[in-house]
Design a protein around this ligand. Structure first.
Ligand SMILES: Nc1nc2c(ncn2[C@@H]2O[C@H](COP(=O)(O)OP(=O)(O)OP(=O)(O)O)[C@@H](O)[C@H]2O)c(=O)[nH]1
Ligand SMILES: [Mg+2]
Length: 437
């Protein structure tokens, strides 16, 4: 089942989104997970390894503005998976047209013919389904029944063993989209080639579509090449994606041949066909409607971790600053604290929290003059360091000391507050209060 492929990928992406920070080791582990999922989905091993190398390389490249390393890694994985699964969706024209379906025995041609008819019917076009499979005994009835089911026009000649004659007669009938079902064989033998070429000459199709079942996995590559040589196919429809774990292999193999997958089918009813969009497909595989939603989730996971740290009073100067800054954006700080039931906390800060607002800009400069180590361990800030920071930031030593004093006070107070108290007004409300959205 495609579900297995999807579940494995989701698991590895989920694991990554839950992490606080992401480095080379985490990327290596993610890549190993993805390799396993892709190989289990019958994706070509060489392709898997080249994809892994690209992900590893791009994951550690310079961060684009506004993204954390974790978000960047997720984006890279998403983009690279999309790249091997087809990159862009192909156009589905709604003009009048003639379509010839070809494929080996049992690939899903007849049911796909009906699904396509249904697809164009819903777009306001009038399909004509033509049965040119004069080999399989029940082919006529199968397509006729499906046509009746969707109330589409059907043409076939029961008992006629000459598909060319049937097709010539069918072309006298009206229809916006003429969909021709052909017979299958166990292999692409000379009989089948001769027959499909003849149909091709008579129909002069706008689209020559190869129908490939997903369960053949990466063997899709050879089949698509063989059919292309024999017939010159324009598009591919991959069927039965719901019923195999090898779908990833089939889709990537098609793309490796340069052919475009236009539609996929994912079930046995006439509604189970959809235009293939690699971007949406990958998003769904990893369990999100689109990349943006996924990145939002990654952000949220990180904020929760940060919030947990803050509740425990385990925050450094940088966290402290960003929380205060977040609160400042929400209006008068003491009001926010009141709403959270923490009004007293504001009163205990030197000068009251509101009075701090004016100092924010100076504090920002102070922080910019601190080293990473100093921000992480404010305890190491002795007089000479304080002097250096004040000088470097163009502020006074008293500004530096005041920032440190506020930080230490808040930290001590937060540690004393019982967790239930912090959750006053709901966890979400508390997070908002701390400027974490
Ligand atoms: N689960 C699932 N089954 C499908 C799908 N597409 C087709 N099938 C089933 O696959 C079987 C073969 O489908 P057909 O449409 O008869 O295939 P065909 O290529 O016309 O077969 P021949 O005419 O014998 O060459 C049928 O039982 C279909 O219901 C799909 O997307 N999902
Ligand atoms: Mg058939």
């Amino acid at each position: 089942m495609l579900k297995e492929f999807s579940a494995k990928l989701r698991e590895s992406i989920d694991k990554l989104t839950r992490l606080g920070s992401v480095g080379k080791e985490e990327v290596d582990e993610l890549v190993r997970d993805i390799q396993r999922s892709l190989i289990a989905a019958d994706v070509d091993v060489e392709l898997v390894f080249s994809l892994s190398e690209t992900i590893k390389m791009r994951a550690m490249e310079k961060l684009p503005a506004g993204l954390t390393r974790k978000e960047h890694v997720i984006k890279v994985v998403y983009e690279e998976l999309t790249r091997i699964l087809g990159e862009k969706k192909s156009d589905v024209s709604l003009q009048k047209k003639r379509i010839l379906l070809a494929g080996l025995y049992g690939s899903g041609k007849t049911s796909t013919a009906a699904k396509l008819a249904r697809f164009y019917q819903k777009k306001g076009l009038k399909p004509l389904l033509v049965c040119c499979d004069t080999v399989r005994p029940a082919a006529y009835e199968q397509l006729q029944q499906l046509a009746t089911l969707i109330d589409a026009d059907f043409y076939g000649e029961k008992g006629n063993k000459g598909p060319s004659d049937v097709l010539r007669n069918a072309l006298k009938k009206p229809g916006d989209v003429i969909i021709v079902d052909s017979s299958g064989r166990n292999a692409l033998d000379s009989d089948l080639i001769r027959e499909i070429r003849k149909l091709n000459d008579i129909l002069k199709p706008d689209e020559k579509i190869l129908v490939l079942p997903a369960d053949i996995g990466q063997a899709a590559k050879q089949q698509s090449q063989a059919f292309n040589e024999a017939l010159g196919i324009t598009d591919i429809i991959v069927t039965k994606l719901d019923a195999t774990a090898k779908g990833g292999g089939a889709l990537t193999a098609c793309y490796q041949t340069g052919a475009r997958v236009k539609f996929i089918t994912t079930g046995e009813t006439v509604e189970d066909l959809s235009a293939y969009d690699p971007q949406k497909f990958v998003a769904r595989l990893i369990g999100f409607p689109d990349l943006e939603t996924l990145l939002e989730k990654a952000k949220a996971a990180m904020d929760e971790k940060k919030a947990e740290k803050i509740i425990k009073g385990d925050f450094d100067l940088e966290d402290f600053y960003s929380q205060i800054e977040g609160m400042q954006k929400m209006g008068p700080l003491s009001g926010v604290l009141d709403m959270m039931g923490l009004g007293k906390l504001g009163a205990k800060v030197p000068g009251g929290i509101d009075a701090q607002s004016g100092k924010m800009t100076r504090w920002k400069y102070v922080m910019q003059s601190m080293s990473k180590e100093e921000k992480a361990n404010p305890g190491i800030l002795n007089s000479s360091r304080i002097r250096r920071i004040a000088k470097g930031s163009g502020t006074n030593e008293s500004d530096v000391r005041e920032l440190l004093a506020s930080y230490n006070k808040i930290k001590k107070m937060v540690k004393k507050i019982k967790p239930e108290r912090l959750k006053h007004g709901g966890f979400g409300g508390m997070l908002q209060g701390f400027g974490i959205k």
